[in-house]
Ligand binder design. Structure first.
Ligand SMILES: [Zn+2]
Length: 311
């Protein structure tokens, strides 16, 4: 196991750790709830590490976390507001005694690394990896290299503008893709429209209780409201993908995240919208793929930080 990477996936409520081999397989893994106190959170990371490997048994430590990362100091920058206890913590110093490279990046970038190195986009040079969840994240691989942009904000696919003066987004802007196809937006839209569709099965859910899986299931049964919601979200996704692909001429787009489990009721209108809107040459070159790594992408992507040449 001496050629493995010790990988961490830091989430808003859990710390996951795993030992990942050079082929991207997770050999061992463990998790702990994320303590609210900073010292206890750091201790939990050390404890997880010690349970999976001993010093000298791994070639590097890779870490994924939500939000913006300060690469100069290997830490989570101040605006990762769902992890206040870990903002500014120096992970390189925390693991200094391991005497191996320690790298950290945000989870959307790591998901892109994971799919590029070990998943659906293996062998593709120019790739957009989209994560559909409560929000919509993205990671860009250009010429086999992760592209982060001038201030590490590249890949904010959820905030592509699909409608000037459109619906309000959580970022404060309007008309962002996320305000049409993010899970939060789909639920709000369903709740506001269902009064007009008394026959819809979506009227049976208490406010706040409906998720995209419920809407997708209803759409597969032909529910008019659910079909309309999925169709609109798919069309907007396809339009945003076409814009991004027209700009960057991808070999492939990889779609993952919990909302992608909605399947064809979302993907069919998305594909049609993309093919209709992308320039013919751009559309011919670009393959639309489903992510392969699923919920392993956090740990595998953190390991890809060490294994990859996408720096
Ligand atoms: Zn936005």
């Amino acid at each position: 196991m001496t050629d493995c990477v010790l990988a961490f996936d830091i989430g808003g409520s859990n710390l996951k750790a795993g030992l990942v081999d050079p082929s991207g397989n997770i050999l061992k893994e463990d998790r702990l709830p994320l303590p609210e106190n900073r010292d206890q959170a750091l201790e939990a990371l050390i404890h997880l590490a010690g349970g999976l490997a001993k010093q000298g048994e791994c070639i590097g430590i890779g870490i994924g976390a939500p939000g913006v990362i300060d690469h100069a100091s290997s830490s989570i920058a101040a605006d990762a507001n769902n992890l206040p206890q870990l903002v500014g913590a120096r992970f390189d110093e925390l693991f200094r005694v391991w005497d191996v490279p320690v790298k950290i990046d945000n989870d959307a970038n790591n998901a892109a690394r994971a799919e590029h190195l070990f998943g659906a986009a293996r062998g593709k040079k120019n790739v957009l990896v989209v994560t559909l969840g409560t929000g919509i994240g993205g990671g860009l691989i250009l010429n086999d290299t992760l592209y982060t942009g001038a201030s590490a904000y590249a890949g904010e696919f959820g905030h592509m503008i699909v409608e000037a003066r459109g619906r309000r987004c959580t970022c404060g802007g309007e008309g962002c893709l996320e305000a049409y196809a993010g899970a939060w937006a789909l639920r709000l839209r369903a709740e506001s429209l269902r009064k007009r569709f008394p026959e819809s099965s979506l009227t049976g859910f208490p406010d706040g209780a409906m998720d995209v899986a419920d809407m997708a299931a209803a759409a597969r049964c032909g529910d008019t409201l659910a079909c309309a919601l999925m169709r609109e979200a798919g069309e907007m996704l396809g339009a945003a993908l076409a814009s991004a692909a027209n700009l960057l001429n991808f070999d492939a787009v990889v779609i993952g995240g919990g909302v992608s489990a909605a399947g064809d009721v979302l993907f069919e209108p998305m594909r049609a919208s993309f093919r209709q809107r992308a320039l013919p040459k751009v559309s011919q070159t670009c393959t639309l793929l489903e992510a392969r790594l699923g919920n392993r992408s956090g740990l595998v992507g953190a390991a890809a930080l060490i294994y990859g040449n996408t720096e």
